[in-house]
Design a protein around this ligand. Structure first.
Ligand SMILES: Cc1ncc(COP(=O)(O)O)c(C=O)c1O
Length: 403
């Protein structure tokens, strides 16, 4: 879930027939979501039209065909992460996967350990991690939120120092959704396994953009979301490795090994598997191309606007992310100036209109966070888009800083 509460779109009269997208607007907001790729839409098509069976209906062909398709999609997705297919639980997205991982595991552990324990995460995590942790706090769990370094990265020693004898679960995302920095997950998960602690990672912004292998990550729980890698919205998964204890959040038909009841959305799952294959197929070449474009965006913007500052370490960082602060400019005026020609977000995507908690966690003031831009490239971003974005942003900054 990403929302930009501060932007009020003028509403089109008929929401059932959306207007054609304006070609004039350059889209650099691909970390909010990505367009569903035409080949993904094609892969979903038969499962909306002819093959509309319920995979739990085992008594007729329509159901059995759907069940077989789910089985194959599950295997392909599991294969992409090097896990067994029964270690993948489909959910409605990464928000639900994070909730299932955190609430599900913490509550299960509280039951088996006899009391709520200690949980650790980072202040720069997405709200889909922070809010379930808040809920757990209300249920009696003790929560530690670590502050990342000013470059956005967590030092393994910070985690080591925060460990307690009753620490049960740690949650650190692979790649940040605002500043794109990539956390040292393997070093953190080694600390967890050496201390008998479960490690969860929110990989919503990383899967399909970085090579990921569950064994190498060393995490027991991994959250995924299809719409971040050109798949459909409303589908994701939680990887649950090696029988990690988990309580379900909902009960019903016993689907997904009883961990996530509800009829499986066959077309969305087929779309997620197709999108995963697509994103892995051209991963290296796409990331090299986007990294070159992103670097050009940063160096040219900095050349032309020497006062702007980069948020987060340039390395290790997602190839398609840039986040800058424009000093002495009102965030709302900046967004208003950009909107006719550039779609991007202020640092505060999905922060209910509040300045970005991520930027504030790395030391930015509220005002600086408001005057920040997250620019995220996608598989269709061209050199012309980048040139256009540089021109639009530079001209907005010049207009707003002229006295
Ligand atoms: C890091 C991260 N976690 C979780 C989510 C939520 O994912 P979903 O929209 O699939 O619920 C997002 C998307 O905004 C995200 O960027």
């Amino acid at each position: 879930m990403e929302c930009i509460a501060t932007i009020r779109e003028s509403h089109h009269a008929d929401p059932t027939h959306p207007p054609k997208r304006s070609e004039v607007v350059i889209n650099l907001d691909h970390q909010a979501t990505t367009p569903c790729h035409p080949s993904v839409i094609q892969a979903m098509e038969p499962w909306w039209r002819e093959q509309w069976g319920n995979p739990s209906s085992r008594q007729h062909r329509l159901g059995l065909t759907a069940a077989a398709a789910i089985g194959s999609a599950r295997e392909r997705l599991a294969g992409s992460l090097g896990i067994r297919s029964d270690e993948l639980i489909f959910t409605s997205g990464a928000t639900e996967a994070n909730n299932l991982a955190l609430l599900g595991h913490a509550r299960a552990r509280a039951l088996s350990d006899g009391e709520p324990g200690h949980l650790i995460s980072v202040a720069s995590e997405h709200h889909a991690v922070l809010d379930p942790l808040l809920q757990l706090k209300q249920e009696g769990f003790q929560i530690t939120l670590l502050t990342p370094q000013t470059n956005g990265l967590l030092k393994p020693e910070q985690l080591e120092q925060a460990l307690q004898t009753n620490t049960q679960l740690i949650s650190v995302m692979v790649a940040n959704n605002e500043i794109g920095v990539i956390q040292p997950i393997r070093e953190l998960s080694d600390l967890c396994s050496n201390n008998g602690i479960t490690m969860h990672t929110d990989a919503a912004q990383a899967y399909g953009h970085l090579p990921l292998d569950a064994e190498e990550l060393g995490c027991a729980l991994i959250s995924l979301s299809a719409h971040k890698f050109n798949g459909p919205k409303g589908i994701g998964a939680l990887v649950v490795r090696g029988g990690t204890e988990l309580q379900p959040l909902q009960w019903g038909g016993g689907q997904e090994q009883g961990l996530r009841a509800g009829t499986l959305p066959v077309p969305l799952i087929m779309g997620m598997a197709a999108a995963a294959e697509l994103s892995i197929q051209d991963l290296e070449e796409r990331q090299a191309r986007l990294q070159a474009l992103r670097n050009q965006l940063w160096t040219d913007l900095k050349d032309q606007n020497p006062t702007i500052e980069l948020n987060g370490a340039l390395q290790p960082r997602l190839a398609h992310n840039l986040n800058i602060t424009v000093p002495n400019v009102s965030g709302s005026r900046l967004q208003r100036a950009l909107r006719p020609r550039l779609a991007c977000s202020s640092g505060s995507a999905c922060s209910r209109g509040e300045p970005s908690h991520v930027l504030q966690s790395i030391g930015r003031s509220r005002v600086e966070a408001e005057g920040s831009l997250r620019l995220s490239l996608g598989r269709d971003t061209t050199a012309k888009d980048i040139d256009g974005a540089i021109e639009v942003i530079t001209s907005a900054i010049r207009t707003l800083t002229q006295h």
